[in-house]
Write a protein that binds this ligand. Structure first.
Ligand SMILES: [Zn+2]
Length: 490
């Protein structure tokens, strides 16, 4: 991924957790090894670096799309809205809280499974106090490569208790790779003014990554480019909540490094494979600037590989296929499509092919050289057996657990979360530590429920795959006008 035409027919040699060598198909290996030790996975498709999702909230991704009751102008409005408090925060509380379902590990695992089956090998937005070590993918906010040097902030930059001193100190001591902060999420002046606060708090830095920046314009983008501050763009979430998104064309023109992130499933894409389609559709036809300068397929794919790695200061570790890099690898089978489809994507262009791809095309996902998910024959070729994954794929896929959490299987996770989301009062009364501790009888539980969570209604667990999620595809089209459903039709 050093230039749009740098791709070729070739082979990648992985040793341990690293890429050892890359060669053209008709060349000999420079590395000497015993061929009996070689395990081979072949593909007629494309090999990419594992995708990097630089904006997520991993513990919410069991939740289907929330339908916003109105168009908002900043994020504090929907966070305060009674419907949001009940439908998103209320259910989250019930699922996560130790007194209630206490399914914190399960929702993290569901998120990681969702990431990996859609080709993502690194994700952002995990809780810092996560009780599980990395299960499948890299959690950028936790320990990676032997150090814990990425910090994230979702709360407002304006909070008087928050200043930039400790982060600047960490940076000076070499203990900070990146600081990822939600900023200027909205379309009003108060959102835009958050940028001034960031500057006042001495946080306009090369290690700062601004999430959203929806309210920003050239003036701020120029300052960001000058200081090396980068940006994460989450178009679907913005379009659903504000009907507008970040002026990403202007950010790119001013020289800001831009990555793409999903945000979370209540108001965003289910995976980067979805968000690539949203970005492409938006790029081609649905922006609000007459001077919009579209990006090409290569620069869009960089937003989920090279760019986020650079924003994290991890450009020597992930985001590119190069000897010495960690073997975070995504093999995609080739998708065939007509040139009239998908706003100018070209079947033979590898970057177009990734944007057009769906989870069906994910042939193999490796994290640090470990095969985590893929077609059964590819997993078998690497002497790995995993749990079979039910989806609409013609070839069977399998998933394996990295950290030995054997008491969980994907099937059990799905059952536990689906059952919890029914909010069956009898089941909750028996399951919640709260009601067991107080020995609540059915009418006492009913009374407590009505006083605290009366508006909660059953919800469906958000599925891992977009292909069969007609609710998601219909809502995206209805609310944004972007038809990504075509990409999921054969
Ligand atoms: Zn967010």
């Amino acid at each position: 991924m050093t230039s749009a035409n740098a791709h070729f027919k070739g082979e990648i040699l992985v040793c341990s957790d690293e890429i050892k060598e890359i060669k053209k198909r008709n060349e000999d290996w420079g590395t000497t090894f015993d061929s009996a030790d070689l395990k081979t996975v072949s593909t007629d498709g494309f090999i990419f670096p594992g995708l990097v999702n630089l904006h997520d909230h991993t513990t919410y991704n069991y939740m289907p799309l929330w339908i916003p009751p109105k168009v908002f102008t900043n994020r504090y409005q929907w966070q305060r809205h009674p419907l949001y408090k009940k439908q998103v925060k209320g259910t989250y509380e019930l699922i996560k809280n130790k007194d209630y379902y206490d399914l914190r590990n399960e929702i993290s695992m569901w998120d990681e499974a969702k990431s990996v089956v859609n080709g993502t090998t690194s994700t952002q937005g995990s809780p810092r106090n996560k009780t599980l070590d990395t299960w499948l993918v890299r959690n950028v906010d936790n320990k990676n490569f032997g150090a814990d040097k990425v910090y994230s902030r979702v709360l407002s930059v304006k909070d008087g208790r928050f200043d930039g001193r400790s982060l600047n100190m960490k940076a000076a001591e070499g203990k900070l790779d990146a600081f990822i902060i939600h900023l200027a999420e909205g379309i009003d002046l108060s959102s835009r003014k958050e940028f001034e606060t960031l500057v006042e708090k001495d946080l306009l830095k090369p290690w700062t990554v601004i999430v959203h920046g929806t309210a920003l314009d050239r003036e701020e983008f120029r300052k960001m480019a000058n200081s090396g501050t980068s940006l994460v763009w989450s178009p679907l979430s913005n379009l659903l909540l504000y009907k507008k998104t970040t002026k990403v064309d202007r950010a790119i023109q001013e020289g800001v490094l831009v990555s793409l992130g999903t945000d979370w499933s209540p108001s965003g894409s289910k995976s980067l494979l979805d968000e690539l389609k949203v970005a492409w559709e938006y790029n081609v036809k649905d922006h609000d600037s007459a001077n919009y300068t579209p990006f090409n397929t290569y620069s869009l794919v960089k937003m989920v590989t090279v760019n986020p790695a650079e924003s994290l200061g991890w450009e020597d570790k992930i985001g590119m296929l190069k000897p010495g890099m960690k073997a975070d690898i995504l093999i995609m089978s080739k998708v065939s499509f007509h040139s009239s489809c998908c706003n100018g994507l070209k079947e033979t262009d590898p970057y177009s092919n990734l944007i057009r791809s769906t989870s069906k095309n994910v042939r193999l996902v490796m994290v640090g050289g470990a095969p985590i998910y893929g077609d059964s024959d590819a997993m078998r070729a690497l002497s790995v057996r995993g749990e079979k994954v039910n989806n609409s794929c013609p070839g069977q896929k399998e998933i394996v657990y990295k950290s030995g959490e054997q008491k969980y299987t994907l099937k059990k996770l799905e059952e536990a979360l689906s059952k919890a989301l029914e909010f069956d009062k009898n089941y909750m009364r028996f399951t919640f530590a709260y009601s067991r501790r107080l020995e609540l009888n059915p009418s006492e539980f009913e009374h407590w429920w009505d006083n605290n969570f009366s508006d909660i209604t059953p919800m469906k667990l958000d599925p891992l795959f977009t292909e069969n999620d007609s609710f998601f595809l219909k809502q995206v089209e209805k609310q944004t006008g972007l038809n990504i459903g075509d990409y999921y039709r054969d």
